[in-house]
Design a protein around this ligand. Structure first.
Ligand code: NDP
Length: 477
């Protein structure tokens, strides 16, 4: 038998992806460096569909129909290069290597180029949805050539999650590294979403005086409305969970140091290079980093803070509604920033990414799936050249309606000493963008003063310099 697709790397992701292909009727060749993993897959799930177990790379490649489609699901970085170097010499012109790991898009660009020179299609593919998504339908973000997508697309459409309207959550994102770039920004937005939800939780607890269980109920209510999303849903689950050992709320027995694997950090690093202000995503990455600095936190514990003034019941109820507004408004801002970064990346690398299609494939399967994404899709479909999500009338209206409550929440947070880096950065971005004049004019004056860096005038073309150290006359630069 010849397999239509092969998966090498059978840890949690690869194993479930292979099962997903098999459950959809494909014959799947499976391979793993350590053979026992392949054997375990066959023993446990071999009955689910048509698998061809391969012990060696040669056997694996021989099991695939041509042109070959070979999915790599191994640790990103060095291991991915090692696996490519193992398989590439065994492949022929027209074959496809699909890297479904969390690769950095620059690595994907490099690998794609190297393999293209040998006639092999390298398809860097972002896959989101974790273990469960891989099995039941992830959101899939493939890059690479259009030719490879013509061959792979129908298979990916079968195994992908389906959005509420039935559309498969996969699209050809663009050439070379486009898919991994978009997956990177997806994860950056995910960091921001999580941070904003965490801030909402802490405000409800410390300012509103609610218990974790009560907050879970508030989140469940929110999940019926415009905040309807996977992350809000699981947040309610986590908050209502009670630790069996201590009978305390689970959130109170977990160490408050958030970890990260790097995709959020990459999103910010690349944004800095592209000159895109992703302040909300950056604050989310920094918040995790700050939480991990235990020594610094310990050393700062005695610092003065405000006296807490607990709200009464009615006030707390009103406050919870305001926090919903603040969370929604901040969420609009972090998506605005994330989509800006995708647009900038697309421009820089010539990817021609369809932003509406990206919003569409994030509606199901992935971690940030949410009703909200349908709105974003509609906004870009109506106006593909939308310069910013905030320029969409619908979002502008909603954020305008939310702004008073958003500000009130930040006043309360500041007065009570609750840190809200995500909410605050989002509001600062919003206020800066809508400002008639920014103090950047003063910054330009300072730069010209100490470094003769010149400035432009509002009323005349050209660059100018003021002779600050001399007669203070203005000269054309
Ligand atoms: P891991 O990232 O833990 O990787 C383990 C797999 O990599 C094993 O199959 C292992 O083989 C193989 N491997 C490691 N080094 C080598 C090497 N030098 N040569 C050959 N094989 C090697 O597995 P996951 O399933 O968690 O993730 C796979 C990929 O998917 C990663 O890139 C990850 O970032 C990405 N991803 C993960 C998600 C998740 O939720 N876990 C979500 C989305 C993407 P062996 O058994 O022989 O050790």
């Amino acid at each position: 038998t010849s397999a239509q697709i092969g998966v090498t790397g059978l840890a949690v992701m690869g194993r479930n992806l292979a099962r997903n292909f098999a459950r959809n009727g494909y014959t799947v060749a499976v391979h793993n460096r350590t053979v026992s993993r392949t054997q375990a897959l066959m023993d446990e799930f071999g009955h689910e569909g048509d698998f061809v177990a391969a012990e060696s790379a040669k056997e694996f490649v021989a099991a695939l129909e041509r042109p070959r489609r070979l999915v790599i699901m191994v640790k990103a970085g060095g291991p991915t290069d090692a696996v490519i170097h193992e398989f590439a010499p065994l492949l022929e012109s027209g074959d496809m290597i699909i890297d479904g790991g969390n690769a950095h898009f620059e690595d994907t660009r490099r690998r794609e180029k190297e393999l293209r020179d040998r006639g092999i299609h390298f398809v860097g593919t972002g896959i989101s949805g974790g273990e469960e998504g891989a099995l039941h339908g992830p959101s899939i973000m493939p890059g690479g050539s259009g030719e490879s997508y013509a061959s792979l697309g129908p298979m990916l459409e079968k195994i992908a999650a389906k959005a509420p309207d039935g559309a498969p959550c996969v699209t050809h994102v663009g050439p070379d590294g486009a898919g991994h770039f978009v997956k990177m920004v997806h994860n950056g937005i995910e960091y921001a979403d999580m941070q904003l939800i965490a801030e909402a939780y802490q405000l409800l607890r410390d300012v509103g005086g609610y218990s974790p269980r009560q907050i879970a109920d508030i989140f469940r209510t929110w999940n019926q409305g415009r905040l309807d999303s996977y992350l809000i849903e699981i947040t309610a689950e986590v908050l209502s969970h009670q630790d069996a050992m201590t009978d305390e709320p689970f959130v109170d027995v977990v160490q408050d140091q958030a970890e990260q694997k790097g995709t959020g950090r990459w999103t910010v690093q690349i944004a800095l290079d592209l000159g895109v202000p992703v302040s909300g995503i950056a604050e989310a990455v920094f918040a995790r980093s700050l939480s991990g600095h235990t020594d610094l936190r310990k050393a700062s514990r005695g610092l003065a803070g405000p006296k807490a003034q607990p709200l009464d019941r009615d006030e707390a109820g009103r406050f919870a509604d305001q926090v919903e507004q603040a969370l929604y408004a901040s969420k609009i801002v972090s998506y605005t920033q994330g989509f800006h970064e995708i647009a900038a990346g697309s421009q820089e690398y010539g990817w021609d990414i369809d932003l509406g299609a990206i919003a569409s494939i994030w509606r199901g399967g992935c971690i940030i799936r949410a009703a909200f994404l349908d709105r974003i899709r509609t906004a870009y479909d109506a106006r593909p050249d939308l310069p910013s999500l905030l320029a969409d009338q619908g979002f502008a209206r909603e954020i305008g309606t939310a702004q008073d409550d958003w500000r009130a929440v930040l006043v309360a947070a500041t007065q009570q000493g609750v840190p809200t880096p995500g909410f605050s950065a989002a509001l600062a971005y919003y206020d800066a963008l809508r400002a008639e004049r920014l103090p950047a004019a003063l910054t330009q004056g300072q730069r010209d003063f100490f470094g003769a860096h010149t400035y432009r005038r509002t009323d005349r073309e050209g660059s100018f310099h003021t002779r600050w150290g001399g007669d203070r006359a203005e000269v054309s630069a």
